[in-house]
Each structure stands twice: as C-alpha cells, then as structure tokens.
Design a protein around this ligand. Structure first.
Ligand SMILES: [Zn+2]
Length: 102
C-alpha cells in the first residue's frame, strides 16, 4: 500500500508494541482465512506495507504510531492481497466488507 495515502493526523505519541501489532495481523489473517508466510516490520519510505508473491508481508515501522483505524485499514488491505493480488473490483468489494463488518 503506497504512501500516497498519507494520513492527515498527528501520529500517536506512544507506539503500539510490536507484539500487539503482530497479534492484530494474525487475528485478521484468521478472519480473512489467509496464512501469511512471514510478518515483518522495517522502515519503508514509499509504502505502508507490501506483500511478496510468496506471502511475506512487510509493514512500515511508522505504522506503529498510526491510529487504530488506519492501522486496521493497512493490515486488512495487505492481507487481502494474499487472496486477491490486484486492486480490482473484487479486492475493493472485499476490503470494504471486511472493514465494515468487524
Ligand atoms: Zn495494495
């Protein structure tokens, strides 16, 4: 997910603990019925997250300082790529559905 989607809010003062973030990703993965091969965090300049064709997800460490709603959006977006690799109508419909029914 590209950083052209820049949030217009001030980042949180306290970062979410890494374990908590990863637990969130795992919980969403179960809900979506996908199994990421690996979940890691590292600083990224142009993306909030990326997904390799082998199912490895990488999240920007800045994400730990973003509000819960935005974190959830990025997590669900990236996990959904394990089901739908593009941003077509199916992807958009599923993303909307998962973000609404939580
Ligand atoms: Zn995407």
């Amino acid at each position: 997910m590209k950083k052209s989607v820049m949030p217009d809010w001030v980042p949180l003062e306290e970062a979410v603990p890494l374990d908590l973030f990863k637990a969130d990703v795992h919980a969403w993965a179960r809900r979506l019925g996908v199994t990421p091969r690996e979940i890691r965090l590292r600083p990224m300049k142009r993306k909030w997250a990326s997904c390799s064709s082998q199912g490895r997800l990488t999240f920007d460490t800045d994400l730990l300082r973003q509000p819960p709603n935005f974190r959830r959006e990025v997590i669900v977006h990236e996990l959904l790529h394990l089901k739908v690799p593009n941003h077509g109508p199916l992807f958009k419909a599923l993303l909307k559905a998962y973000l609404q029914n939580r």
